[in-house]
Design a protein around this ligand. Structure first.
Ligand SMILES: [Mn+2]
Length: 536
């Protein structure tokens, strides 16, 4: 039985003599850049390291070939059955997941930013050493590596820093999806070689690929707000680019591009596969959930494929043989194209959507009961405890960057969910009081605990160790609706952030509404719920 240990520094692995770093199949800039950075780190410490990837597709895209050449990235393609006798690090991917070839190892470290899937359960059944640093909220694996480097006190070469910067750039849709503080920090702090970066930026497509994208766009088809294209034969990386273009069409808020690769192109599956890319641009639809749903049906207790990614960008693959078997079992004759439209329809109707600023409170309150928030321990620090009065501060929170000046009037608070807010001294004293700790660091680490405050001298503070504990002065009352009573899951769109995201509330979760401020509505899982709320 493997226990997966979470790590936040690389220094513990410096005693290893041999390391294999594995990128995912069909490598992209993020996996190559992150893999290279880790390769350099361990090489600099005198360790024998190899950087490898597998699968039938060798790196072919022009920008990726240039990336590897210009930065002298020593990545090697290896065949199935490759074995390693030291530590295996999977980068931008996870052990036993469907997008990498299997490399047998006794010790594994997963460095990634994708959601953890069923592979995690299978790892737990193995008899191996397993470590992980998986930050699901980060926009790129490069950001995860950058955080690890800071905690490991590693100063990067310009080449390594450029590699991470380009990985972040490509994985965040040209920095348009840098939402997590760690991504913004990497974007602002990584130094890069401008000549190489410009060259890469403008070599994204080969002439042939541009023509393939153009030909594929002729197949544009849409129903409602979903557009689907079956692309011509092309590199799977081009699928994402086509989808990026489709999503820009007016009234289209979700796009799916797919093509069929034959088994010669993709050995591990022993069958033809559909490769697909999903893009969305609205809060109610999550690309990663849609991708998972497309690949979710089971045949003979095997999933027909694998899918996942991020809120706005995701992708995956479906095994054609299994898909056809699934259709036969369903007595269905639909094409893959029709199947995609159906999945989308099911996904869109599956949950009740609640907009925090415009939902019908009276309708919900029928199912609600009143509770009191108890022992809700938050962290706070007065800004003058961090720096001298008058210093400019940059506060990186999950909702955005805030600029403030240090003053005895400025208090910084961190909720146990890791959100950073600023309050005035008078509001703080009126609403909160000091209390005994400790802070709940479990939720902290989900968002990468250290909310970071930087002043313009370049000093950076991890808040975690500077926080005092506080709690509400007066009891806080809330309305609670068990989502089960609504009969369907819920998607809560917090309109404060321009409907760009939502939280998915499962049937076992609770909706919690502030008694006085009805737009302060949140989703709480059952474990947290029983820990924090008490029936009035
Ligand atoms: Mn990535």
């Amino acid at each position: 039985m493997a226990i997966i240990k979470t790590i936040d520094s690389l220094t513990g692995f410096l005693s290893r003599r041999k390391i294999t770093i594995q990128c995912h199949n069909y490598p992209d800039a993020d996996t190559i850049g992150s893999g290279f950075a880790l390769w350099q780190y361990f090489s600099d410490h005198g360790i024998d390291v190899r950087l490898v990837y597998g699968g039938s597709h060798k790196i072919a895209k022009s920008n990726l070939r240039m990336f590897v050449d210009k930065l002298h990235i020593p990545i090697e393609h290896v065949e199935d059955g490759y074995r390693t006798d030291g530590l295996l690090i999977t980068v931008d991917c996870q052990y036993l997941s469907s997008n990498i070839i299997h490399i047998e190892a006794d010790e594994v470290l997963m460095i990634d930013h994708h959601r953890q899937g069923e592979n995690i359960d299978r790892i737990r059944e193995l008899d191996i050493e397993c470590h992980s640093c998986i930050k699901e909220h980060y926009g790129s694996c490069a950001s995860v590596v950058y955080q690890l480097f800071q905690k490991s006190r590693y100063s990067m070469s310009l080449e390594v820093s450029t590699a991470l910067y380009y990985g972040l750039y490509m994985d965040t849709n040209e920095f348009s999806e840098v939402r997590h503080p760690a991504d913004r920090e990497a974007r602002d702090e990584l130094v890069f070689d401008d000549r190489i970066f410009m060259l890469l930026k403008n070599s994204n497509l080969s002439a042939e690929e541009l023509k393939q994208a153009g030909a594929s766009l002729q197949n544009f088809d849409s129903k409602g707000q979903l557009a689907v294209i079956e692309s011509v034969q092309c590199d799977p990386n081009v699928l994402g680019m086509i989808a990026d273009m489709m999503i820009r069409v007016e009234n289209i808020n979700t796009a799916i591009v797919f093509n069929r690769l034959n088994r010669d192109d993709y050995n591990p599956e022993q069958s033809d596969i559909y490769k697909f890319s999903v893009r969305t641009c609205v809060g109610e639809i999550r690309a990663n959930e849609l991708a998972e749903l497309i690949a979710a049906p089971m045949v003979d207790s095997v999933r027909i494929g694998g899918g996942g990614g991020h809120r706005l960008k995701a992708g995956g693959m479906v095994n054609v043989g299994l898909f056809e078997k699934y259709l036969r079992e369903q007595g269905s004759y639909e094409t893959f194209n029709e199947y995609l439209y159906r999945v989308f329809e099911e996904y869109s109707s599956i949950a009740r959507i609640i907009y925090s600023d415009s939902y019908d409170f009276d309708d919900l309150v029928r199912y609600a009961e009143k509770y009191e928030e108890t022992q809700y321990v938050m962290g706070y620090v007065c800004s003058t405890e961090i720096a001298e009065e008058g210093r400019p501060l940059l506060i990186r929170g999950t909702a955005g960057d805030v600029r403030e000046k240090v003053s005895p009037e400025l208090y910084i608070m961190v909720s146990c969910r890791g959100e950073v807010v600023t309050v005035s001294r008078s509001e703080f004293l009126q609403r909160y009081r000091d209390c005994e700790g400790p802070l709940n660091m479990v939720d902290f680490s989900e968002y990468d605990e250290p909310r970071i405050v930087i002043d313009q001298s370049g000093r950076k503070f991890y808040l975690k160790n500077r926080l005092h504990c506080c709690t509400f002065r007066k009891p806080q009352y809330v309305w609670v609706v068990p989502i089960e009573k609504l009969g369907t899951p819920v998607k809560l769109v917090d309109s404060k952030w321009a409907s760009s995201d939502f939280r998915f509330g499962n049937i076992t979760d609770y909706l919690v509404i502030n008694e006085k401020q009805h737009s302060e509505i949140s989703i709480v899982d059952s474990v947290r719920f029983s820990a924090i709320y008490k029936k009035v």
